[in-house]
Design a protein around this ligand. Structure first.
Ligand SMILES: [Zn+2]
Length: 111
């Protein structure tokens, strides 16, 4: 119908993908080494890099630092994947407002 409109849709799809990745990057600062993969208990002592292994006070599970981080990062990643999929395809998705027809610069500004 209108090349400007389809270009806008493409831009929005690209942008939401980009924001998803950015978000994923930010969330990698999540204190994952402190969290028990079994019960989610947060052990602040694990902040100390000297702590290689720790036993969860919540459920008693034994954790090796590296393995625990990997597990939590993997869990976080898949959660975020689900969240971003829901955001882009879910019923809450809003149609972008069209502003100032014919002026491509103005709508790009609002993205
Ligand atoms: Zn635990």
């Amino acid at each position: 119908m209108d090349s400007g409109w389809s270009e806008l849709i493409t831009m929005l799809e690209y942008k939401s993908e980009w924001y998803g990745r950015k978000f994923q990057k930010v969330r990698s600062y999540y204190p994952s080494s402190q969290l028990c993969t079994a019960c989610g208990y947060n052990n602040p002592e694990v902040k100390n890099p000297a702590v290689r292994e720790w036993v969860c006070s919540g459920c008693g599970a034994k954790h090796g630092r590296g393995i625990n981080v990997a597990k939590n990062v993997k869990q976080e990643g898949s959660t975020l994947q689900r969240i971003s999929t829901n955001e882009t395809n879910g019923p809450g998705r809003k149609k972008p407002e069209r502003r100032e027809q014919g002026n491509t610069k103005s709508w790009k500004h609002y993205l």
